[in-house]
Each structure stands twice: as C-alpha cells, then as structure tokens.
Design a protein around this ligand. Structure first.
Ligand code: COA
Ligand code: AMP
Length: 630
C-alpha cells in the first residue's frame, strides 16, 4: 500500500489499523481493543512479553543460529557475535539471577553500562521477568545517577566496571558507588560486569560478579505482562534539573517498533541494521535493542566514535564488514567525519554494495551534511524526526512503505498514526508554510508515553495543557504545501549538543550553587560540529574579589562533576548583569541570537537595552567573534 493510503487508513479507523498491525506480535492473549483511555495506552488488555518477541520466538521459528548481535568495538580492537540461541541462553540466565535475588514483575532495575552486548542482555533480562529497566547513559556523572535512583527506586543495579572513551578508560564503579552513597533510595544489590580494562572492587554482600552469577544461574522463563505495564523508564531532559521519566508501555512499544522496522527502515528478518548511538538514549532503546530484535534483524552494537577510532573511515568499515543494509545516526557524527575527510576519500576503501539507506535523527539535519552524505555514499539520506517521549518516528520518509521524494531540510511527512498540527500560541491552526508550535492531536499512536514515572501531573502540565486536545512536542516548525514538515527550533530551554538532549535549566541550577554566583543563565549557541554548545553567563555576588578565570574554571568543573562530561559545558563568562524584561524574565533567545551573530529585534519589554552590548562584548571575550560584529 502507498504511504497516502496507509496514512488515510490509520486516520480513518485507528483501532482497526493498529489491531491489524498487532497481529505481527506473538501474544499470550492478543489485544481486543485499541486505545484505552483509562490507561492512556494502546492494547491495555493484551498479555505478552517483550523479550519473548525479541528473542525466543525467533529461536522457536528455527532461526536460533542467525546472528542477533554483532559487537564491533574498535576501542578494544574486537568483534564478537551472539546468535539468537546464544542470546536466549544469556538473557534467560541473567533473568534467572535477577529472579533468584528477588526481582519480581514491576520492580525497577537501573542499568549503567557501556556499549557492550551485555547491556542489551540486561535490558532483555529485565523485560523477560516483567521488571522495568531504566538505562542511564555512561556520560552522566554520579549525582545524575543518584537522581534517577531516587526517582525510580530500583531493587537492583546492573553496571559495567568501565566504559572506554578514545582518550581514557571511564571507571563506572566509583561513579556508581558515589551515586548509591548520595541516593536516599539504595538498591538491594548490584551486578557488575567486569571488564579487563578496569576491573572493579566489589562490595561484599552488595555487589556480585554478573558473568559469574550467570554461569551458575538457572534460566528463567518469560513472564507474561499486561499491555499497559511499563517495559521501561527512560529519563530525558526537561526544563529543570529534575529529569523526566518517560514510561514506555509494553504492547504499543512492540507493535510500533515492529511496524517501523519494515515500513520506515525497510528491513526484516535476517537484514543487518545498525544504529550508531548509545543504549543510554532512546535511539539505543528503540533501534539498537528492541526494534531490530523484534523484527528478527541482526543489530550492531558499536563501541567507538565516528572519528579517531581509528579514523574517519570506521563507519564505512563497519557497514562493509557486517553488510549493513540500513544505518541510522545523528548528523553530528557525519559532521565530525566530514571535518576529517572532507572529500570522503575513506569511502572508496570499502565495499558498500549491501548498504541501501542512511537515516538521520536526533537533531536538525543541516542541508550541507545531507548533501555531503548523499554525494559520498550514493544512497538516499533520510531525515526523520521524533523524541524520547514518542519512542519512534513522528515524521519520516517511510522507505519500506513508499520512498517519497526527499526535500532536504525536512524530515518529510507525518508517520501513519500521528496527526501533526502547527499551532499559534492561542491554539489556532497556523496557515500553511508559517511557523508555529508543533503539536500532535491526541491520542498519540501505540508506543508513545502514557505518563511520566511517578509524575502524572507533570506529564499533563508539560505536554497536554498548553494546547488542550494535543500533545505539545516542544519543537517549533512549519508544514509546507506538500505536507512536508520542517523542524526549526525548540520552544523551551532544552538544547541539543551532539545529538544529546540537555537542559540549560539543569546547568543553571548547578551554576547557581557556586558560592560566588548570584545569578546566571545558560544558552545553547550554534556550533559547526555539535549543533549547539552550552555557554554560561555568571553574575557574581557583590564584593567577590577573586580572578574571574578561577571562578569560571570552578563552574565548568562543577557542571562536569554534577551533570557529567556529556554536557560539554566548557565556556562561561562573567557579566555585570543579564538582559531581562521588565517583569524579570531573562532574554535567553536574544542572547542566543547575539552569540550566533544573527539579526534580532530589541524587545519593547526590555529593561535596559544597553545590557545587550555588554553581552555581545562578553561573548567576544570568550571567542564568539560573530557576537562582536553586531
Ligand atoms: N561514558 C563516559 N563519557 C562519555 C560517554 C560515555 N558513554 N560518552 C561521551 N562521553 C564523554 C566524552 O568522552 C567527552 O568527554 P571530554 O569532554 O573529556 O572529551 C564528553 O562526554 C562529550 O562527549 P561527546 O558529545 O560524545 O563528544 P566527543 O567530542 O567525544 O565526540 C561526536 C563528538 C560528534 C563524535 C560524538 O558526539 C558522536 O559520535 N555523536 C554521535 C551522535 C550520537 O550518538 N547521538 C545520540 C543520539 S542519536
Ligand atoms: P530526544 O528526546 O533526545 O530524542 O530529543 C528529541 C528532540 O531532538 C526533538 O524534540 C527535536 O528538538 C530534536 N530532533 C530530533 N530529531 C530531529 C530532526 N530530525 N530534526 C530536527 N530536530 C530533531
């Protein structure tokens, strides 16, 4: 069926459309109804198990010898493979360990692991017994991990002893110990996957060697759960320091991801699919772990960077070596490659004949990068737009359904199940081609968040209140006369650094803790490589008489210490005052325009326009030359 027919079918009768798609999942008891208002979930009455659909059903169908996971790790110079049968063995043993130690259906388990196959094994082991995992990205520091421990109160933590960054080994265990020390809610036990690069000391009675335990454990079977039971919680940045725990419902998650593999990514049983992201992000959940395994693909777990591990040809080597058909990453990775190898000369060293399509998401796909990628690789480059909350694409070019014409700069059209609207602040529809808030008519399709963990009021306030009857995405954009969407900016204080979603509010909370800082603001300025980079503005307490450079260095260190290296917070500057409206609102958007050297209008509500010149001068002091031009 064509895209337009499929979209129309999903819109005309969502219940029939999605019940039909649900038939591709193996259920203990299939859903009898679609969207359920009481739980805000699809298929609430279904009974099934995610791990069974990702692993066991492929083995039972005779595909036990097919490779399920390829671990390609240039940072440890190794490549290994797990078949579906081996994956089943490992997952059921780890599930057995958890079960024996008292983890039951509904209990939470935090996973803090690098890009190793055991991270997927841990996720699947949790879903196997109906436990709810929450994976925390390795680039977050101990206090961030502690915030998540307190919020989801896990019974257990599964962690790697270390992660490997190109320039250093990151020991995870001391971070985990510090987080548990800080947290009020402490796990009953930890399973530690020891890696040779930095073995961890285990605390007697609390920590256990994961692989050792697995070798002794009795395998555990899949535990059927309700369709509306959470499969996992994934924390994402909001506007404050308290991250939002996005809840993923079991049944809708399976159906939506399975549908997306064939219809968006054009892959199925036996195809090799690679998402170069991290298990700590939603891309890692949906398209390193669950999506490809639900669809019976081979998934690649890549432990490396696009450049420097060892060179800018690594991505092409992985695609060639493993015969990757569809590849998904963030544009920032390609900008890094392009900077090192502008002519794409590494490409010629590899046979990319199995490679069919490149997918970009996570941040705006800038036309330069899209053109460059298409030129050097000779495959369609498909931008698609979504967010942690939805778990799968809201807008995409559905390559498996019908390859629509590509419009560079646009993530294409609404995916079946999503009704996208561009709204004015008063909730009325914007005319075609005009910028507004991007909102999605309720109910959202299967797989999307029904609520935030332990924070239903925050869920409603964050997403459902501004535009009654719609989900507010937090993005601004427009739709053109052909129905193509363009995402232009965030409407809140969330920034996007190297495809990572970060909260400037969270950074401000950390800076405000510094004893010399009276007031502060953090903005995201444009960056050629990472898309955006955070920059801090610090107003000091009266009477502070220390070198500014010292205070700035302490603030930079503090953000790294509390939020983590992933924040990439490296620049801050001391200013006398911040530009504000007369009612005291900091004019962050204007500050961004000054930093980017863009045109701006001085708002009529500004308290004192002279401050803008001071901001511009401060920015030029820290190397933002464009700012000085204005
Ligand atoms: N554990 C510990 N530290 C980590 C980490 C992890 N899992 N991941 C990143 N970090 C650290 C890095 O070492 C770096 O530290 P540094 O300040 O000491 O150099 C810092 O966090 C920032 O990391 P990153 O944003 O990855 O920047 P980078 O300079 O190392 O690499 C890119 C830049 C563009 C190559 C890289 O960001 C990339 O490949 N991005 C791909 C996009 C992606 O994965 N997006 C996810 C959503 S799709
Ligand atoms: P995350 O929840 O981390 O996946 O981040 C989601 C946010 O990243 C979105 O709300 C957008 O602001 C941005 N984003 C993701 N994909 C795209 C895209 N293809 N184009 C523009 N922005 C994107």
């Amino acid at each position: 069926m064509s895209y337009h027919k499929t979209y129309a079918a999903a819109k005309a009768d969502p219940e029939a459309f999605w019940l039909e798609q649900a038939k591709s999942i193996d259920w203990d008891s299939p859903p009898t109804a679609g969207y359920d208002e009481a739980t805000n979930c699809w298929y609430a009455d279904a009974i099934g198990n995610t791990c069974y659909n990702c692993v066991d059903r492929h083995v039972e169908a005779g595909r036990g010898d097919q490779v399920a996971i390829i671990h390609d790790s240039p940072v440890t110079n190794s490549v290994s493979r797990l078949t579906y049968a081996q994956l089943q063995d490992q997952v059921s043993r780890l599930a057995g360990v958890l079960h024996e130690r008292g983890v039951l259906k509904g209990d939470r388990v935090v996973i803090y692991m690098p890009m190793v196959p055991e991270a997927l094994v841990a996720m699947l082991a949790c879903t196997r017994i109906g436990a709810v995992h929450s994976v925390v990205f390795g680039g977050f520091a101990a206090p961030e991990l502690a915030v998540r421990l307190n919020d989801c109160t896990p019974k257990a933590v599964i962690a790697g002893s270390c992660g490997i960054e190109p320039n250093r080994v990151v020991e995870y265990k001391p971070l985990l110990d510090a987080a548990i020390e800080m947290a009020e809610e402490k796990p009953e036990f930890c399973l530690i996957m020891q890696r040779e690069q930095a073995r961890a000391d285990l605390i007697s009675g609390r920590d256990f060697d994961m692989l050792d335990e697995m070798s002794r454990a009795a395998p555990a079977d899949c535990v059927p759960v309700a369709g509306s039971d959470p499969a996992y919680i994934l924390y994402t940045s909001g506007t404050t320091g308290q991250p939002k725990g996005v809840v993923r419902p079991t049944a809708g998650h399976m159906v939506a991801l399975n549908w997306s593999m064939g219809n968006i990514y054009d892959v199925g049983i036996g195809d090799v699919f690679w998402a170069a992201s991290d298990v700590g992000w939603v891309v890692g959940h949906s398209y390193i772990c669950y999506g490809p395994l639900l669809a019976g693909c081979t998934t690649v777990v890549f432990e490396g960077k696009p450049v420097g591990t060892p060179d800018a040809g690594t991505f092409w080597r992985v695609i060639a070596d493993h015969k990757v058909k569809s590849f998904f990453t963030a544009p920032t990775a390609f900008r890094a490659i392009k900077r090192e190898d502008p002519k794409g000369e590494h490409v010629a060293r590899y046979d990319l004949s199995d490679f069919k399509t490149l997918y970009f998401a996570g941040e705006r796909a800038d036309p330069d990068t899209v053109h460059w990628a298409a030129d050097v690789l000779g495959v369609p480059v498909i931008d698609h737009w979504w967010q942690t909350e939805t778990g799968w694409a809201i807008a995409a070019n559905p390559m498996g359904l019908e390859a629509l014409p590509v419009k560079v700069g646009s993530p294409s059209v609404a995916v079946p199940g999503y009704e996208i609207h561009i709204l004015a602040p008063d909730g009325t529809e914007m005319p075609t081609g005009e910028l507004g808030a991007v909102a999605i008519k309720l109910p959202l399709p299967p797989g999307t968040l029904p609520t935030l963990w332990n924070a239903d009021d925050r869920y409603k306030k964050s997403y459902l209140t501004t535009f009654p009857g719609y989900y507010e995405t937090g993005d601004a954009g427009l739709i053109d006369e052909d129905g193509y969407l363009y995402i232009m900016a965030r409407t809140d204080d969330v920034i996007n650094v190297a495809g990572h979603r970060l909260s400037t509010g969270a950074m401000e909370e950390i800076l405000a803790e510094h004893p010399d800082v009276a007031e502060c603001a953090v903005i995201g300025v444009s960056d050629d490589l990472k898309g955006q980079l955070p920059v801090g503005f610090l107003c000091l307490n009266r009477g502070v008489d220390r070198p500014e450079a010292e205070i700035v260095a302490e603030c930079v260190a503090q953000v790294r210490q509390v939020l983590g290296p992933v924040a990439a917070f490296k620049s801050a500057v001391v200013v006398e005052r911040l530009p504000k409206t007369r009612s005291g609102k900091i004019l962050r958007a204007i500050m961004v325009k000054i930093a980017d050297g863009a045109e701006y209008k001085v708002p009529a509500t500004i308290d004192d326009p002279a401050i803008l010149t001071e901001i511009s001068e401060a920015l030029s002091r820290i190397g933002y030359a464009d700012a000085a031009k204005k």
